[in-house]
Design a protein around this ligand. Structure first.
Ligand code: HQG
Length: 184
């Protein structure tokens, strides 16, 4: 069983399973370890700590005494406002969003929507956006969008920054979006 596979299930519980997390996104470490043992009998606290420490996107955080764990972003379970260790933050002038060509017609009509998550995710640099977009390759070639986040903030939109540096906003209307790169 690879750590990636185990991590996927942990992400699922911490983001999408209302029975696993409280209104601030926290799950008891003992509960998660117990549930993970259904998948891998030898799963223990130490393996969970390794998965958290080695995660390349910094997806998870512990509380101070490591009795609780939560995902830093990506939830679909509704949470209390500002719950997940993210802070309202003034964005830079521009942010980026990576997506797939097949979504573009709809995005240019209705803007970026959170779809199955609580927020639209934006990146501070093009490289990260490209990687995020490439995950959707079955929906077409990767497209990188430039978001006029500075102008959005000036117009009253709120931005949050997660502890692992993902920018979040509830909606990006089409007038703030332009295409910077359309992979061919
Ligand atoms: C698209 C990963 C049609 C949107 C990544 C995206 C990220 C629309 C897809 C995090 C649309 C949703 C989030 C509209 C948005 N019409 N399509 N109006 N508005 N879309 O996976 O941003 O590995 O929920 O462009 O690294 O791709 O999970 O969002 O293509 O940080 O930790 O709908 O997930 O992190 O897809 O990725 P997703 P995302 P993890």
């Amino acid at each position: 069983m690879t750590k990636t596979k185990l991590s996927r299930r942990i992400s699922y519980m911490l983001r999408h399973d209302p029975d696993s997390i409280d209104e601030n996104g926290w799950a008891d470490v003992s509960y998660i370890v117990g549930r993970m043992r259904e998948m891998l009998r030898s799963f223990d606290e130490k393996l969970l700590e390794e998965i958290v420490a080695e995660d390349e996107k910094g997806r998870y955080s512990y509380n101070e005494d490591k009795t609780k764990i939560r995902a830093n972003q990506g939830h679909s379970v509704p949470l209390a406002a500002d719950a997940v260790g993210m802070e309202k933050t003034d964005p830079p002038e521009f942010l980026y969003h990576g997506t797939a060509g097949g979504f573009m017609e709809s995005i240019l009509q209705e803007g970026l929507k959170p779809q199955n998550r609580n927020f639209v995710h934006l990146s501070g640099n093009m490289e990260t956006a490209k990687k995020v977009g490439a995950r959707h390759r079955k929906h077409g070639n990767t497209v990188v969008l430039l978001i006029e986040s500075g102008r959005m903030a000036a117009d009253g939109y709120t931005f949050w920054l997660t502890v692992n540096h993902v920018w979040q906003v509830e909606h990006v209307p089409p007038e703030y979006i332009s295409v910077v790169q359309w992979e061919v």
